[in-house]
Design a protein around this ligand. Structure first.
Ligand SMILES: Nc1ncnc2c1ncn2[C@@H]1O[C@H](COP(=O)(O)OP(=O)(O)OP(=O)(O)O)[C@@H](O)[C@H]1O
Length: 249
């Protein structure tokens, strides 16, 4: 079976600095895959490279078997991968209504049918049509993140890249948004790649994960293995100790 996302020997180099070194991963369709690692280990860079937001120095990224690189990537390629960032304030333009914010990706991808899609997306993230003409500052943090999720979903991607999607939220709101994401993944049969510094969140949401250090993958394991402390690297054990509330290694 063709993997939803295949990353082969991917490297990203900024000037002389190797932010990613020969990273290889395969994520199956419908799977929720986690990326963990200390700050600066390259997790966001990996997501950004898949989304076309970081320059690929060498290696390949395939989505549903289709490999395209650099400027040769088509719009439909990008449409299949959407990203949700940690800080919805940063990703939602403050002077645009929710309606405008949702129309923007539709315009970029030349998608008609905006009325139906906006209604469906808002409904799906638990915000009714009443939110359409509000501005981001008129929403709570959790509601803003729901808008960011709706904005990613509206172009009907097959993969959602989630970069610390709930780290900026209070604990109870965090659980609500994680449950919402899980529901959406099942309903839409989406593939997730999720970055979180919180190992509890990753093991709750993902079946398998990769541990990153200094731009490389140092260990791959299942969430069950992580939860049971069946890890090989001391580095992974240290991440477990550092992650608040996670099983002590
Ligand atoms: N545009 C850029 N130019 C130069 N260096 C960059 C750029 N983007 C990221 N880096 C560097 O690449 C390394 C990896 O950064 P990245 O944001 O991927 O780490 P991360 O694991 O996501 O960290 P965090 O958990 O703190 O978000 C860091 O050392 C960072 O400074």
């Amino acid at each position: 079976m063709i993997a939803a996302l295949e990353i082969d020997n991917l490297s990203v180099v900024y000037d002389e600095f190797h932010a990613l070194k020969d990273v290889s991963l395969a994520v199956e369709r419908g799977e929720s895959f986690g990326l963990v690692g200390e700050s600066g280990s390259g997790k966001s860079t990996l997501l950004r490279a898949v989304a076309g937001l970081a320059p690929i120095s060498s290696g390949a990224i395939r989505i549903d078997g289709e490999a395209l690189r650099g400027s040769k990537r088509s719009k439909t390629f990008y449409r299949r991968v959407q990203m949700v960032f940690q800080d919805p304030y940063g990703s939602l333009h403050p002077r645009q209504t929710i309606d405008r914010l949702l129309l923007e990706p539709l315009a970029i991808h030349d998608i008609d049918d905006s009325e139906r899609r906006i209604e469906r997306a808002l409904d799906e993230v638990g915000l009714g049509n009443g939110f359409r003409f509000r501005y981001p500052h008129q929403l709570s943090g959790g509601q803003r993140q729901r808008v960011a999720i709706a904005r990613a979903l509206i172009v009907e991607p097959s993969i959602l890249l989630l970069d610390e999607p709930t780290s900026a939220l209070d604990a109870s709101v965090q659980a609500e948004v994680l449950n919402l994401l899980e529901q959406i993944r099942r309903d839409r049969k989406l593939t997730f790649v999720m970055v979180s510094h919180d190992l509890g969140v990753v093991t709750h949401m993902c079946e398998r994960l990769a541990v990153m250090r200094n731009g490389a993958v140092v260990e791959r394991l299942s969430s069950r293995e992580l939860a049971e402390g069946a890890v090989h690297e001391d580095y992974t054990r240290n991440l477990m100790i550092a992650s608040k509330g996670f099983v002590k290694a």
